[in-house]
Every structure is written in C-alpha cells, then in structure tokens.
Design a protein around this ligand. Structure first.
Ligand code: ZN
Length: 394
C-alpha cells in the first residue's frame, strides 16, 4: 500500500533550505499549479514529491524508472515537505505544523560552527514532539572547503549524539550540483512510520481555514468553508459527517458544529480519503463567513462520538528540557507560560504546582483537547518565548 508521509524541513534559512528542496523535488519550491485549479489553496504544504521503490535493486527513486539500475518501480510513498520558519520569533508557530510530521530533514551549513542557536532550538522541538526519523543534510560543503567541512561534520556528529540521534546519517550535499540528493531520498524511504495510529478515531488538526468564494459569487455557486491541516490519527473520507470543535474566546457564540466533508484535496490532487501523513484541504458545509482569514486555526475535527474537551482550564504533567540553563528559576505559581496543544496556542497562568503536575487557567480562551494530548511549554526569557519543556494533559 502507498504510504503518505510529512517531512519537516528545519534549519536556518541561510543554510540553503530552498536550494535543497528544489533539488529534492525537481521543481521550484513554494507554490504549485495544482492548488490553483480547484481554488483550494493548502498553505501548509511547501513542496511534495513521489517516492518509487525499485523492483530490482530495492533503492528509492523519484522517477518511475529506477535512477540507479533502470529497473521498473512501484509507487512507495507520497512525500509532503513542510517548512519551519528560520526565525526564532516564529518558533511557536512552527510547532503547530510539525506536530503532523513523521520525520525531519535538518539542514546544517558546513560554513558555520554547529550548533547555531536556531539549530539547537529546532532539535529541542523535534525531541519534545517525539520525532524519531531524522536525516541531516550538511549543505555548502563545496563552499566550506575540505578541512572546514570535516571539522563541521564532527561537530554535527557530536551534536546528534548529545541529542539522542547517534544513528542519524549526515549527508554532505552540494545541492546546486544535485550530488548526494539521492542519499537523502534513501533516508526518507527508510523512515519508520509503522507506529502510526491509522485505525483509531479520526482527529484532524486545523492549521488554516479560508473562504474560497470570490466576492459576488451567486448563492447557488457558493462553496462551504475550507479547512486545511492534517490528521493526527484515524481516517477521514468524503461524505463523512464530522464535528468541528473550535478554539473559543470569550464572546464567541459557537462551540462544536456538525458538518460534512464534501471534498478533500491534497498537494497530489483530489483524494477520496486521508490518513496521517498528508497535508489536506477539506471542503465542508460550514458557513464560509466563519472560516475567513484563518479564524478556525487550532480547531479539531472529530467524530460526533469522540468530542474533545473544550475548556479554559487544564492540568498537565511537566518535564523541563534536561540541561537547559537559560531560565533563572523553575516554574512559578502565577507565571504566564505559552502552551502549544496540537494546533492550538494559548497563554496560561499557573494556578498550582505540585509533584503530580501543574494547573493552568487560559483566561478568556478555551482550547479543544483530549486527555493524554501532548503539551509543549515555552517560557519568557528577555521578552521572547523560549522552548522550556513538555507534558501530558491529565
Ligand atoms: Zn534499481
């Protein structure tokens, strides 16, 4: 069976992410023509390609005829690449997207000493989210020169070992010349996604929401609201009756809403159904006026018999990132922290700290969550939200 996989591209922008994606996908990165055909733009996606497996030599290839031996192949995986912003301020935004990723490509330039602060923080995020599949593309090897590139390689090796990735391969790349890109493709083909929950209850996190109707559209031609994002577990199919539970701030009138899935589109085209590993846009029967301008970001789509809790209070366990010394003191009662739960973000004030966990009040915002969901915690350091730890909702 063909598998879908979302791979997050992390690293400094200047380290050559765009060039690498171009080489990987054989197309200009960023936007694709297919999206425009239906007018349903999936802004989560960055680039995508198909991965074929050779029937003769077993290697992975981006073409139907094997790149290595010329043998016949079968479609093995559909790969969507999502991008994490290279700016520190956007770090907490990045977390909503990479919660959907099953693996990551970490881009590290051979020119600078490793780790740079951004690389370090991306590694923390990967570990907090429990991503195990990782490959490092050491870029600009040609510009660094042999001895500098070697020294940098050893720094990366030490950095990976320190962070629990001693088996991760480092692939030196000269992206402009396409050298070693095939090795990165082999790594993506080998990413282990066997532990995904495909048969469980459907849970889709919404990362984008938008109205696809042009002003002046006749009423009979109006399309419902489109929700973009991906499944955490289970499967959604066209025709499914589902419930959307939004982020709710005080004064907002709606809570959970029943709706129907009318159409599903991925970067690869029209889909009858979707599971984890595909970034999708879902056309619903929702009133398009309530989805405008990402108004429903942070919502969850589930079955009617599996509704999330919608509350502005929660209790969670808390584990700080080991060895992170940037914070002068442990979490305090009364401290404001930023939490990411699935695609929701909210600021919570710590009401109570005990051995078993911490209790938070989110003020005027209620977020949808399930007991057992992962929470990523950021704390303020010199006015910037900084990754601090994670926990599980009790
Ligand atoms: Zn082959």
């Amino acid at each position: 069976m063909v598998e879908d996989i979302i791979v997050d591209l992390v690293g400094n922008f200047a380290d050559g992410k765009t060039t690498l994606v171009k080489a990987l996908t054989n197309e200009s990165a960023l936007r694709h023509s297919e999206e425009k055909k239906r007018g349903i733009t999936i802004r989560l996606g960055y680039a995508h390609f198909k991965l074929f497996k050779c029937n003769s030599c077993g290697k992975f290839s981006r073409f139907e005829r094997c790149e290595f031996c010329g043998g016949s192949t079968e479609l093995f995986r559909r790969v969507s690449i999502i991008d994490s912003p290279g700016h520190r301020m956007l770090m907490t935004t990045m977390l909503s997207g990479i919660g959907l990723a099953d693996g990551a490509i970490m881009v590290i330039s051979a020119i600078n000493p490793c780790p740079q602060p951004q690389t370090e923080e991306h590694m923390e995020a990967i570990n907090l989210l429990g991503i195990k599949n990782l490959v490092v593309a050491q870029t600009k090897v040609d510009l660094a020169g042999e001895s500098k590139a070697k020294e940098n390689y050893n720094q990366i090796r030490a950095f990976l070992e320190k962070n629990g990735f001693s088996n991760t391969n480092i692939i030196p790349t000269f992206a402009n010349q396409n050298i070693n890109i095939q090795e990165i493709i082999q790594e993506i083909g080998k990413f282990d996604i066997s532990n995904r929950d495909v048969s469980g209850k459907p849970k889709m996190q919404v990362i984008r929401s938008f109205d696809v109707n042009k002003p002046g559209t006749r009423i009979e031609d109006l399309k419902g609201g489109v929700l973009g994002g991906g499944l955490v577990s289970g499967r959604l199919s066209v025709g499914d009756e589902v419930v959307l539970t939004p982020n709710v701030s005080a004064g907002s009138k709606f809570k959970s809403i029943r709706t129907k899935i009318m159409y599903i589109q991925s970067e690869f085209g029209e889909e009858k159904s979707a599971t984890r590993g595909l970034s999708i846009g879902v056309l619903t029967k929702l009133d398009p006026s309530i989805v405008r301008r990402d108004a429903l970001v942070g919502s969850l789509i589930t079955d009617a018999d599996n509704l999330p809790i919608l509350d502005n209070k929660l209790r969670m366990t808390y584990d700080p990132i080991p060895g992170k010394t940037i914070f002068d003191k442990p979490l305090q009662k009364g401290e404001s922290i930023l939490i990411n739960v699935l695609s929701s973000r909210a600021i919570g004030i710590i009401q109570d700290i005990s051995k078993g966990g911490i209790s938070l009040v989110l003020g005027e915002v209620s977020i949808p969550f399930f007991t057992g969901d992962k929470v990523i915690v950021s704390r303020k350091v010199k006015n910037a939200w900084t990754l601090a730890g994670s926990g599980i909702i009790l």
